[in-house]
Design a binder for this molecule. Structure first.
Ligand code: SF4
Length: 350
């Protein structure tokens, strides 16, 4: 199913319902009924003519992702969902608690698997199965929002594209999903609270820079030294970090918001003084804050988490070079929901 209501803005829905003589207010009501109020069909929608409502059910159905598993972390309030698409593909979504009580972020997948092959990442080991449709991306957020509403725990405040897949390798569907997420008749999430993280797909960054509602951009650096980065992030051979930073500068100028630079800490690999100096040079070209994230173990990957002494030494080396740095917590390790750990069991067995 390529086309479902969750992938539509009122304007695009109206174009699909033209043959029924639908009006824009009717399209808005249909979108709000499903996306904001969380209904699974159009039966109870008010102020929409029966002909339009019934025809919409045929032409643009409400898509479903079956919940295969909901895993709650015992260490922290992270929740991981395993969801099944209509073709049987499995994907993972993580509910992340924010500091303010009752507010949550949803870490969404944009692809089933990933073609980028970063050596430290569980999803990269799956290879790419397929891109997710825009509606499949939105449905992950709608599912979490509905559960939060039903349990009275709170609401979705933000979305981060850092689940399975490289979002800018599926840029058309991600751009459409961004429109629906921030549309007042869609999920109505402020674009400033949406982050798209990439390992450096340069054309995708430039496409995103042209979007009407621009999210925050995150870039996974992994190393500022090209030779080392190539061994960890194969995409470096196609889009060197130098070019990625140029594109990020364009993005920063257009969006007027600081780009977030994510840095997975790989013990004994990318945390030496030379790396700190290379990062300091990099950050002279792009004023940004570096988020240090501890790498999380992935079965079959011969890397290790850094020791506390390594973490402190690297942090201090960066700070002494004037690099603005922040340590980011990545939770849900016990349910394999932390950064870099997402991969469906089918993918892991492969
Ligand atoms: S880190 Fe991101 S881009 Fe790299 S393999 Fe994993 S999911 Fe893909």
């Amino acid at each position: 199913m390529d086309t479902c209501l969750q992938g539509e803005t009122p304007e695009s829905l109206l174009a699909r319902l033209e043959h029924l003589g639908a009006t824009l207010p009717e399209a808005r009501r249909l979108c709000a009924h499903v996306l904001q109020r969380g209904h699974d069909d159009y039966r109870a929608v008010s102020q929409v003519r029966a002909r339009v409502r019934d025809g919409a059910g045929e032409a643009v159905p409400v898509g479903r992702l079956e919940v295969r598993e909901v895993a709650r972390s015992l260490e922290d309030p992270f929740v991981k969902y395993v969801l099944e698409c209509p073709d049987g593909a499995l994907l993972e979504t993580v509910r992340i608690p924010l500091e303010a009580p009752g507010r949550f972020s949803v870490c969404v997948s944009s692809q089933v698997g990933c073609a980028m092959g970063c050596v430290f990442c569980a999803t990269g080991r799956m290879g790419l199965r397929r891109n997710l449709h825009a509606w499949e991306i939105i449905e992950q957020v709608r599912r979490v929002a509905r559960d939060l509403r039903a349990s009275g725990e709170g609401r979705v405040h933000g979305v981060v594209f850092q689940g399975m897949g490289e979002p800018l390798h599926n840029v058309d569907n991600v751009l459409r999903a961004l429109e629906v997420l921030s549309n007042p008749c869609g999920l109505a999430i402020d674009a400033r609270n949406i982050t798209v993280c990439t390992v450096g797909v340069v054309p995708g960054i430039l496409r995103l820079a042209e979007a009407t509602r621009r999210p925050r951009l995150g870039i996974s650096v992994t190393s500022a030294r090209a030779a080392l980065r190539r061994t960890l992030v194969p995409l470096e051979a196609k889009y060197p970090l130098e070019d990625v930073i140029d594109a990020a500068r364009v993005y920063q100028a257009r969006s007027r918001r600081l780009v977030m630079l994510a840095y997975p800490l790989l013990g004994g690999v990318n945390m030496d003084p030379e790396e700190a100096r290379a990062l300091a040079t990099l950050l002279k070209r792009l004023p940004a804050r570096l988020s240090l994230i501890e790498w999380n173990p992935v079965p079959g990957v011969d890397l290790r988490r850094p020791t506390e002494a390594e973490r402190n030494a690297f942090h201090d080396a960066l700070a002494s070079l004037g690099v603005p740095v922040v340590r980011r917590y990545s939770g849900g390790k016990d349910i394999a929901a932390a950064c870099g750990q997402l991969a469906t069991e089918t993918g892991r067995r492969r």
